[in-house]
Write a new protein. Structure first.
Lengths: 489, 459
């Protein structure tokens, strides 16, 4: 963010390890617990009973990633028939480093529902659908275990996209998954989410990006991702040696890193093993220094809209860290006004920071030939850029522009195994949204399936996933982190 | 990794020279710097202690250069206005910073030359191969200054602790008078003359016939140049905001000769000559801290850092301002000629000249002394005048009149700023296909008639 409100340093390293990720534990962070008092109020006691009786929203406390915690809490049910379903189930069940094409995930995998068992996750392997009627078996099997899905459980579909050249019945079956999944996600309770991977024809169901996406969606890292279907369009990407440290050895630049979502991104990337260059405007230098020291990275004070920003970022990364692998275009501003009341300055500054700066910086890095080893560009879009928002014509234009930008940038990086993608946050608890009037804020928070705002760490987890080596087959997509907001797709 | 960061336990040194000839010398470089914006006393940092400020400056330096958890060879810094509890100020700041807790530190104090002397001392250790890396610094808070007990009360309280019987204690208390309870506020007065620094400078100003107009012009230029440097982003890599302050609070880039001329003189009003020194052409009391990262070429390469400038040499001088004819702040007029003579250099061989603006008149008196045939012959032992400093080489990014002067922090501010500028100028030369040594002089006057000068050369 490029606002100039000062804030004390986030944290200071006490040990060799990066500090805790800000916002990863809402129970211990006073800034975050105070943000949604209603959510805490209705968790238990008389308030919970009153809320239940009145039919008021009772948002669940979401499970978030803690290094070392199990991928899924409980057994995993893999539904669906065919060789690809078997291959997926086999991989999930196999012991780590059991040989074969990928290390096994060592999960407690079941292929058929067992009476009375509480499942941590259900995976629907639907790549073999040929007719809408094929959906009935796996879907009805899922229906039988839904009430036994653990809190913060996961339902993940693995399917293929409907294409114009398909036989109509196959296309119908494949497209059916979309509507089914989005509706199912709205029925899940207790912090459980429903998401899907859509694997392009010709891409192996065990391709790195499919496995990377499946792991992300099953894990607590995707806490606030709900009702989303993420396409995997190529077999590119590599699986990390250590799934806990997928960014080991990578150098990442994060713009707007001094506070909020940017600071959380810096922390999560560092936790996942990256060396971080934290960038923000000189005026935000105090908070930026705190972030850089917290993640054991380097601080670079510059305005991303300056003409030489790309050159300075590259020089700094190469001199201090030897290479540059991940660029996170996070810096963004809002200058909300109805279009009739906007001024040329407001319009121009929003576009300049949110999309023109990322365009120019990426262009410089590409022209300099600096991105050579499976680079990842991740940019911050917004649900406003998808659904639109009154008073945000400029902001929404800039965020939709970001989505167009990554779609067109991904092919430019393909030759070196790279890709570009975007993350579109919905309502996230930040300093920015804390300034929304209280009642409006309360309503905005509840307008999604999870009935709460996301935390900066939720956005950061999605960014880290798209920055990971496994995400190489995700090409120019925009991943929503919105708790399945009611607006947009 | 440097040998010093991998070999042995803290404090052990095992063949730790990487390029240095034992007992010989090698270059020591300025690799970077970081300071807080400087605040006017009683402003944004009114409740920040020296320890807070120095720790913040260190943390900003660590963040800029990625030194978290690093064992730097040594950190030396100091403060002029210092609480007695801060006897280990620098070490405490290191312990509170993101540096490794095994980084050694010591305090330096040489009045306003503290920061520059810290740079010189540590650079010498690097040149000798005793250190691979170091951080020099300085801090002062005129806002959070110590308030001392009246000497009579202090002695009485100490005696009271030593008294063993009730009668003895009563006897001690009976010595006290109401007037003894008044605290002693800190002053910028010289203990031997009782005159404030401003009054001393006023005498020297009159002695050298420096006009009000010349002083105001120098002050205006300082503000304009510092403002332009901020606008050009010169300080993006030199300053980290602190407590909401993002620029030097004393800076008045839009001031004018008319505004400066309207100010009433505050020093020298009791002299026969007209009083010329105002709040506009004198430095205000200021709060702030600065740090400078120093290292050998090898250490810099291992940390991906580009040397900005070598600290080539330094010279200290002192004048007998109590009995002699020289002004309190005129010691650099002697230190600089000695320093340059040692290297066979003249003033015109310097691309940049930094003369600390304690007062506009301090700079002008120094320049006048160097331009004086008589001073050159009689005081410096030269054939004639020492030389002239071209206006476009003097304090090119402004100096203390505009930035403010937190006493011990000024040396670090000047060294980091001028080293970066040296590096930029040499890079420009090389880009144009030329190359030659690019040199800077840094001179700082100090209380007690002291002066320190240092010679830097672009790396």
């Amino acid at each position: 963010m490029t606002t100039t409100t000062p804030r004390p340093a986030l944290h200071r390293p006490a040990t060799d390890r990066p500090g805790p990720v800000p916002g990863s534990d809402p129970g211990s962070d006073p800034a975050l617990t105070s943000a949604d008092a209603y959510l805490r109020l209705v968790q238990a006691g008389p308030a919970a009973a009153v809320a239940r009786r009145l039919g008021l929203p009772r948002p669940p406390v979401l499970r978030r990633h803690v290094p070392g915690a199990p991928l899924v809490e409980g057994p995993v049910l893999v539904l669906g028939r065919g060789a690809e379903a078997d291959a997926l189930a086999g991989l999930l069940a196999a012991a780590p480093a059991a040989g074969g094409r990928a290390d096994g995930w060592d999960l407690d995998v079941h292929r058929h529902p067992t009476e009375g068992l509480r499942y941590g996750a259900v995976v629907l392997a639907l790549t073999g659908l040929e007719h809408p009627g094929d959906l009935a078996d796996p879907v009805l099997a899922l229906a039988g275990v839904l009430r036994r899905l653990a809190p913060a459980g996961r339902v993940v579909t693995v399917s293929r996209p409907a294409r114009a050249g398909d036989p109509p019945a196959r296309a119908a079956a494949r497209q059916a998954v979309d509507g089914f999944l989005r509706s199912l996600a709205k029925e899940l309770r207790g912090g459980a989410t429903g998401n899907g991977v859509v694997v392009a024809d010709g891409v192996d169901v065990l391709a790195p990006a499919v496995l990377g996406t499946l792991r992300f969606l099953l894990s607590a890292r995707s806490a606030f991702v709900d009702g989303q279907l993420l396409p995997v369009d190529s077999g590119a990407g590599t699986l990390p040696a250590d799934p806990e440290r997928p960014l080991e050895g990578r150098v990442a630049v994060v713009t707007g890193a001094a506070r909020g979502i940017g600071a959380a991104i810096a922390s999560v990337l560092a936790r996942d093993g990256a060396r971080v260059v934290a960038v923000d405007v000189p005026a935000a230098g105090e908070a930026l220094a705190g972030v850089a020291n917290g993640v054991r990275g380097t601080a670079l004070a510059l305005d991303v809209t300056s003409r030489d920003a790309g050159r300075r970022i590259l020089e700094h990364a190469l001199a201090r860290h030897g290479h540059l692998d991940v660029v996170v275009h996070n810096a963004g501003i809002t200058r909300d006004k109805l279009l009739a009341n906007t001024t040329p300055d407001r319009w121009a500054s929003v576009l300049a920071v949110n999309v023109e700066a990322p365009l120019r910086i990426t262009e410089h890095l590409l022209a300099a030939g600096a991105l050579t080893d499976a680079p990842r560009v991740v940019a911050l879009a917004s649900t406003s850029g998808i659904a639109g928002n009154r008073g945000q014509t400029g902001y929404a234009a800039s965020k939709a522009a970001v989505m167009g930008m990554v779609a067109a940038t991904a092919p430019l990086l393909a030759a070196v195994g790279g890709t570009a993608n975007a993350v579109a946050p919905g309502f996230v608890e930040t300093e920015m949204t804390a300034r929304i009037p209280a009642l409006t804020r309360q309503v905005a928070r509840r307008l999604n399936t999870l009935q709460q705002g996301g935390l900066p760490v939720d956005v950061a987890e999605a960014v880290a996933f798209l920055a990971s080596p496994a995400a190489g087959g995700i090409l120019g997509q925009t991943l929503r982190v919105c708790g399945q907001s009611m607006v947009g797709r | 990794m440097t040998p010093s960061s991998t070999l042995g336990d803290p404090g052990t040194r095992v063949g730790d020279h990487s390029g240095a000839v034992p007992g010989g010398t090698r270059p020591a470089y300025v690799l970077g710097g970081n300071r807080t914006p400087f605040a006017r006393a009683g402003g944004r940092y009114a409740h920040a202690s020296n320890l807070d400020l120095l720790t913040a400056a260190l943390d900003g330096l660590v963040a800029r250069h990625g030194l978290q958890g690093e064992r730097v060879g040594e950190v030396a810094a100091g403060a002029v206005l210092k609480h007695s509890r801060d006897f280990n100020l620098t070490r405490e700041a290191v312990l509170g910073s993101a540096l490794s807790a095994t980084t050694p530190a010591y305090d330096v104090q040489q009045a306003c030359a503290t920061g520059l002397e810290a740079v010189v001392g540590l650079a010498n250790k690097i040149r000798l191969g005793q250190l691979e890396s170091a951080v020099a610094g300085g801090v002062d808070s005129a806002s959070d200054a110590p308030v001392a007990l009246n000497d009579r009360l202090r002695r009485a309280l100490l005696d009271l602790r030593r008294a063993r019987t009730p009668q003895a204690r009563l006897a001690v208390l009976a010595r006290l008078r109401p007037g003894d309870l008044a605290p002693e506020a800190p002053t910028a007065g010289e203990p031997r003359t009782g005159l404030s620094m401003g009054e001393h400078q006023a005498i020297t100003t009159a002695q050298w016939g420096i006009t009000r107009a010349a002083q105001d012009e120098l002050a205006l230029r300082s503000h304009q140049r510092l403002g332009a440097a901020w606008d050009a982003g010169v300080f993006d890599d030199l300053v980290t905001p602190y407590r909401g302050l993002v620029r030097d609070a004393n800076l008045r880039a839009d001031t004018s000769l008319e505004k400066l001329a309207a100010l009433k003189p505050v020093f020298g009003r009791g002299l026969d000559a007209p009083a010329t020194m105002t709040a506009g052409n004198s430095t205000p009391l200021t709060d702030g801290a600065s740090t400078v990262l120093l290292g050998s070429r090898e250490w810099a390469a291992e940390h991906g850092l580009t040397p900005w400038a070598a600290v080539v040499d330094a010279e200290v001088a002192a004048v007998d301002f109590v009995h002699g004819e020289d002004g309190l702040l005129l010691a650099p007029a002697f230190a600089v000629p000695r320093l340059l003579a040692r290297h066979g250099l003249a003033l015109e061989d310097l691309d940049l000249v930094e003369i600390h603006e304690a007062f506009a008149a301090t700079v002008l008196c120094t320049l006048a002394a160097w331009e004086s045939e008589t001073f050159g012959r009689e005081r410096l032992g030269l054939d004639g005048a020492f030389g002239t400093v071209k206006e476009d080489r003097l304090n090119v990014h402004g100096s203390s009149l505009a930035a403010g002067h937190p006493f011990a922090a000024t040396g670090g501010r000047v060294v980091a700023t001028v080293a970066q500028e040296l590096h930029r100028r040499r890079a420009e030369l090389r880009a144009a296909g030329e190359d030659r040594p690019v040199r800077a002089l840094v001179s700082v006057c100090a209380a007690g008639g002291l002066g320190v000068a240092a010679l830097l050369e672009a790396a």
